[in-house]
Ligand binder design. Structure first.
Ligand SMILES: CC(C)(COP(=O)(O)OP(=O)(O)OC[C@H]1O[C@@H](n2cnc3c(N)ncnc32)[C@H](O)[C@@H]1OP(=O)(O)O)[C@@H](O)C(=O)NCCC(=O)NCCS
Length: 183
């Protein structure tokens, strides 16, 4: 896939764009180091700016090797970093998605707006299915998935240890999927 096609996309209020090293401090300060924001995420909360720089380096590797990858969620009006999202290819025509927003950006419909754009991006990238894994006690995220047309699959197909919850006990996850039609 030619990366430039998917490196950024605009919504009504947001810009989704590929991260770069100049974003590190904003990512760290706005969401990546916040214990409340990262509770239900499967990556370890950032402890120092080096963790954020490692994420940006990882994002670059993913973009280089797959032509799609992590995107920052930026407020279009002033360029403020609000969170991140992205498409992670994990099979032919199939990818997983995720999203996280800084606490100050919650409750404004930004996640729904973001996921709508990510679904569209996945469709334009030729994917046929997106899926998401979610902690069963994360109702806001479940609501966002349902609003964007994702449907819960039966059972608990996978378990995961959530590193920011402070317990090594694996949690059975909900899986949500959405089929995509070609544009
Ligand atoms: C989950 C998250 C992305 C939601 O972002 P957001 O921008 O506030 O989401 P939206 O405003 O688009 O939509 C949230 C919906 O959930 C609902 N909601 C919020 N808290 C809820 C709760 N405790 N119980 C039930 N519904 C809830 C809202 O009312 C809204 O639904 P509505 O439009 O029908 O009223 C944000 O809270 C977040 O970043 N959380 C931490 C990271 C995270 O958990 N990411 C997902 C990992 S799977």
């Amino acid at each position: 896939m030619p990366p430039a096609l998917f490196e950024s996309c605009a919504t009504e209020r947001l810009l989704l764009r590929r991260p770069n090293p100049a974003d590190a401090l904003a990512i760290f300060d706005s969401y990546a180091a916040d214990p409340e924001v990262t509770r239900f995420l499967i990556w370890l909360r950032h402890q120092r700016i080096a963790d954020t720089l490692a994420f940006i380096e990882f994002a670059d590797e993913v973009w280089t090797s797959t032509g799609i990858g992590p995107l920052l969620i930026v407020r279009a009006a002033d360029g403020a970093v609000l969170g991140s999202t992205g498409i992670d290819l994990d099979g032919p025509g199939r990818a997983s998605i995720g999203y996280v927003l800084a606490r100050a950006a919650w409750g404004k419909g930004y996640a729904t707006e973001t996921l709508g754009a990510v679904v569209d991006l996945g469709r334009r990238a030729g994917l046929s299915e997106l899926h998401a894994w979610v902690h069963p006690e994360n109702p806001a995220s479940i609501r966002v998935l349902e609003k964007c047309g994702f449907a819960r699959q039966p059972g608990y197909p996978r378990t995961e240890v959530f590193p920011n919850l402070g317990t090594p006990v694996p949690v059975p996850l909900f899986e949500y999927t959405r089929e995509l039609q070609p544009p």
